[in-house]
Design a protein around this ligand. Sequence first.
Ligand SMILES: Cc1ncc(COP(=O)(O)O)c(C=O)c1O
Length: 356
Amino acid sequence: MKIHITETDQSRISEVDFKNLQFGRVFSDHMLEMVYRDGQWQEPEIKPYGPVEFKPSMQALHYGQAIFEGMKAYHVDDETIHLFRPKDHHRRLNNSAHRMCMPKIEEEVFLKGLEKLIALDHQWVPKERGHALYVRPFMFASEEYLAAKVSNEYRFYVITSPVAAYYSEGFNPVKLTTSEKFVRAVRGGTGEAKAAGNYAASFLPAKTAQKKGFTQVIWLDAIENRYIEEVGTMNIFFLMNGKLVTPELTGSVLPGITRRSVITVAKDWGIDVEERRVSIDEVIESDRAGKLEEVFGSGTAAVISPVGLIHHDGETIRLDEEKIGPFAKKMFDTITGIQYGKLADKFNWTHPISID
Ligand SMILES: Cc1ncc(COP(=O)(O)O)c(C=O)c1O
């Protein structure tokens, strides 16, 4: 496979304040672009990051065929960068593509494209522990056609962005509330795809929750309005009765890569892990009985995010609002230790990229 590379003649890296990185605001010098037309993907290209031309009739803008992924690359040493579980992100991208009637991408093209792009922009991978290069692959329908139909043309891009540690000033437990009025996804819908529209639909409920002083919505299932699904951009775990419980993947929950990593590590520690339906009432009862030990979210951005409070229908569960629990901390240290190459990668999760 050939990737045509056009290097920038004016790097922007010297303009970046690596000490004050805001998530998703700064983009590295290059991007990968690949066009799908006439029933196939054309050769990928790496070019300077910059404006992309399209027409107002482009289908993605009207009918929403748009999907994305999010993963991170970590600085290990001056010769090595670790990409975390890129094959799993590739598989999920293709599953999202399938649900949204979009074309799949070959694993080799995806991996080689990422390797070349990240190696070229290796100086953009922040060196400080906790910092990383956020990698955002995305695909959208690009045919110029005002018809609510499957597009015949697509574009695929990968852009990257240096990001600071999520918890640069210590862990900040999130405050969650259920939503009385809204749901995120319904079984049979698009909840298990990483489709752009899922996020647009979550903004109004999230804004409503934030006005009431909560950080995010904890989503309940759309049918019985009882079973917990996930949170904002995280999956959720409950340490109760000595067991680690997380909602099962019913089709309306995004299958998080970090979720899978947490399950694998916990099982490796000999913890009982249950992937099953877990109702909000069960969590409240477990708290009342003094059996709810810790609650935390999992996702690429924060890795592990402690939950300090859950509000539902007039009831409030208060966990430790000041800090992260010992189990969640140990999980955070283990997963990030593997990501930064400080702990043995016994599950084969890291994908080393060498910088030549
Ligand atoms: C809705 C939603 N749930 C869960 C997650 C966590 O997934 P991952 O661990 O793959 O980042 C994300 C982030 O991608 C998300 O957007």
